[in-house]
Design a protein around this ligand. Sequence first.
Ligand code: HEC
Length: 483
Amino acid sequence: MIRNVHASRLIEMHMSHIYPVNDYGPLMPGLVMAAVAIFHVFLAQFAVGGGFLLCYFQWLSMTGRNQYAKLFVHGYFKVLVMISFVMGALTGVGIWFTSIQISAPTIGEMVFNFHWIWATEWSFFCLEIVAGYCFYRYHDRLTDKAALTLLVLYTFAAWASLFWINGILAWQLTPGSWVESRSIADGFFNPSFWPSLFFRTIVCLTLASLAGCVLVNMIPNLDRPAQQSLVNRAAHLMAPMVAMPILGVWFLMAMPPDSRGWVLGGSPAMMLFFMISVGASVAIGGYAVIGLWMQRLYINGATATLLLLLAFGATAGGEFVREGSRKPYSIRHVVYSSGILPEEVAELRRIGCVSNDPFPLMHEPGLPNETVTLGAKVFRRQCAVCHTMEGSNAVAHLTESWDADQMRMNIAKLQQTKPFMPPFAGTPAELEALVSYILWVQDDRPSEYAVSEDQAVLQQIAKWMDEAGTQAATVTSMEREKR
Ligand code: HEC
């Protein structure tokens, strides 16, 4: 019942509004989103880990365990502030700007369900900023104890903001029992919440540790033994990396079987990014264990920078997999990546997906007639999040070897063509218009273009759509397909 009320509210809200996907030329929007998000996550996790590193070093200095630690605390903090506050905050705002241009329904749904969680997260973020700024401003006047208190406060607030946002991000992939109960607690403490939180915390520590090693090399007038003692201390923060394999497996187990399937071979791109992430993590962990702990090697600026770049690669790969493996959903079972709801599909097949789309097509001048224009709008509404026409993941190229009938059938049965695509959600006439648009682009966009108006074609398309049904492909339907 709750579900139905919620669904009908959503349908109402969605049906009356279309938020066109922005066109980034040859870059597909999903990729633009991923790029901004990856950059932000990297910086934000660095900010959290940096807090832990600073607390540790402040403690080392206060307990007399390392006389240079203090030098490091006061130097490192400036970098942390510059990089994570300034760049982190800018890219954070960038995420909002990008996501509303790419999938307003998705971000709207997230805000609708979790606004209090988000407000809590922002409160901790504010605390983080205030504590951080106070330290930045007054660190040279503070007593050791006051400095430690402020750093602990900063770290606690930074980690807490990770705690809160982690629940929302994990929910997108594994909403779990929330789908039925719609309880905020079920959604927040969803199946991948804990493995994801622990995993991210370890990533934070690793990033800070590596950045610390880079920075030790930049402290002026510090001799080699002093640098070495700092590097060895900073490397301690990489110790929790040993738990990564277990947490990684836990995370994979918490994933829905089809998403896990993409990562473990079902989708070559997903698997590639997964391997990059695992490979880079193993390289960093291996260096930490063998080089830094067993042989107590010194790590120079260049090596530390290289390791930090590897860590960026690992983060990027991991985030890409997390975002990509949700397909065909942007929020599992709730919103498709296209911003269309599963519950809407049947209705859109009846009334059309762009019949109330008033927005002009900015980047497609010279459309020859109404049908092709309609097709371009259908493309924007249903395909443009994940595809471009001729740039990355280009539909005009992917369909090059297909004739018109193959196109019609494979698009009508989109979820069976590739199970990570949502079912087609428009009328047969809209699908035919989309095919005309693709053919027109493949024919180099002539200024005059004849389109078919064959009723038999439309009937055949309707038949194919009925055969495929309005549901997303499930693991079972995929297996049936294989047999
Ligand atoms: C959720 C993201 C997503 C959406 C939405 C989406 N696609 Fe795809 N599509 C993909 C991915 C990923 C591939 C795989 C590309 C590859 O194999 O290189 C793909 C593959 C394809 C292919 C090639 C299939 C094959 O068997 O080689 C075609 C054609 C295609 N999509 C057309 C469309 C059309 C038309 C739409 C809109 C009606 C659409 N897609 C919507 C993600 C999506």
